[in-house]
Ligand binder design. Sequence first.
Ligand code: ADP
Ligand code: MG
Length: 694
Amino acid sequence: MPLNLSDSLQHLSGMNARLLKPLAHLVGGDRVFDLLTHAPIDTIARQSLSDVSTAQAGQQVQLSLHILKHAHAFRRGAPTRVHAVDTAGNSVHLVFFNANKPFLEKILPLQKQVTVAGTIDKYNIQWQIIHPEVVKTPVPAKPDNDTQLEPIYPLTQGITTRILRDVIGTALQKVEMPAEWLDATLLGQHKWPGLGQALNALHSPTRNADIQADAPARTRLAFDELLAHQLGLALVRTHMTAPRGVSFTTHGPKRQALLAALPFTLTHAQTHVLAQIDTDMAASTRMLRLLQGDVGSGKTIVAALALMNAVDSGAQGALMAPTEILARQHATTLQPLLAPLGVRVVCLTGRDKGKTRTLLLKQIRDGMADIIIGTHALFQDQVAFQNLGLAVIDEQHRFGVHQRLQLSAKGLQNDVLVMTATPIPRTLALTLYGDMDVSKLDGKPPGRQKIDTRLISADRMGELIAGLARHITQGAQIYWVCPLVEESEIMSLAAATARHADLQQHFGSAEVGLIHGQMKDSEKDAAMADFMNGRTRILVATTVIEVGVNVPSATVMVIEHAERFGLAQLHQLRGRVGRGSAASHCVLLYHNPVSETARARLQMMRDSEDGFLLAEKDMELRGSGDMLGTRQSGLPDFRMVDFVVHRPLFEIARDAARYILSRDPHLVSPQGRALQTLLALHRRDTALSLLLSG
Ligand code: ADP
Ligand code: MG
């Protein structure tokens, strides 16, 4: 029976049942495919020798040996020595401690020729290899002294390099490759190998470069991952953007009235983004758009203007925020703008209970409310809309593809606009939001002052404190952020507490507040309120400064141990100041020694306030091996993809996926079927189920 990539490893011939569990754990799955995509992380060079007397002790070698004798140990603890000769007639001993006799006799049969590999050593005058690897499938007829590279893999308890190479070797030999799912033209264009060739190449590197992310085999396999992911997203997209049958009015009376009532004119970026939204809303297919904008770029008003399209078309609009506080903040901003235009705004959160809640739900159901503002729970609860036209989701946290699908599972046919406040690199945007159209709101409304950002060594703490004292006399308020110490909350708490005490000494206890993650909500609220009302002038905080909290009079941000933060995080923190009209400052306090990357990061922070640029740079600096919080960020755990090295492939995969589905929406052509296999191998179960349902 042929072995398939999707088969369980237990079907692999010669597979030791006891190895199954640790092996599956190591390679992230129990299928042949999981094993074969377990990529080497390094290589070691090994010389093929026909005459061992030319070897250096300690050298990695591969020898073809004739087995003469198994000399088993007489006393406990002594090794078994297998006597053999190489092709030049030199005696070589293969040494095994705690050997399993029958097993040894099986893999090193008497009077047979066997290829072994390992570290050659000399014991007195005797050449020997301790625990050699028996090479089951030696690369045929290599010339003498040819250096061969052996892959080194990530390992786990019970799974040695030798075991891994063995099972991978067997799998590669036995497996029958599925039909190619990539276009021949695409393969040709990029000079990528076919799937079988790629998997073989991955495990038999000839140069160290062969196992690097940019090697053709790895790149092809990375593209497979990206394509599987993008096909999944494209299927979600097809599913979500089904025709809704109506098109919305886009420049109706309420929209024009709101525009006229604004105390400012829209920026170019805002106008541009609105035009994109209008086009979507005027079309009869459903909008699924992401609005990416830096903090303070003016997303709320764009959302409000888009919501007017729905109202002008006789439909309702919903605006959902991640937290209750932010929902109320939106309501407070929009109510006074919209009420005069005769737009009825209601706010529904978990706080509304009993009669109030019943009344609000009734208003929403009967269409007495035009704009409904609330938390994401609006969609999860049994809130019935009379006629929802547009849902705007203000993200802050992740509103992942699953939640987006949930939206459509509710049978709602409304347009969807998701807004995110964290600029992320394009590759990440394509990965997380490849199903959506993306609008970017770059630049800030006019009149904002640049935040003066400085790098200051902690040695100059005295000067800094004196400087802060001057700012305080002039009425400034200061955030002082202490970093998370090595993931240890207790230590970071200690650092913040110590800094708090220290600053109280300088500025007086009443002037300095403290807020950290271990405090009760009520204590946090109180500390925050004291700072907002100006009762405290300095607020010492661990990294969790409440999202969305707006203290316009805070104009100085000190970030201690700034060298420990990522760029994106520094950017978010800095965004807490510069919200009023007064000049703002950001002090990046670093402790020497600072690594080169950290220094580069700090300099970039000093030189740019562009969140998108910083996000790209951050990723380049970190490399994709160090993408923090991959899991919680909702990113799939790619095995081959490198977010920096494979950057150009993301868009190609997205476009390819959309193109494929436009021609073969159910993936039933021969290539379509092959692509179904790709989806299954990459465990895109949601995608496959959409395929069946759609
Ligand atoms: P965010 O994108 O972070 O949600 P907001 O929508 O809260 O930003 O906007 C930040 C501030 O900028 C608000 O006070 C808003 O009124 C103001 N604003 C938005 N657009 C403009 C504009 N075109 N000109 C001037 N101020 C603007
Ligand atoms: Mg906002």
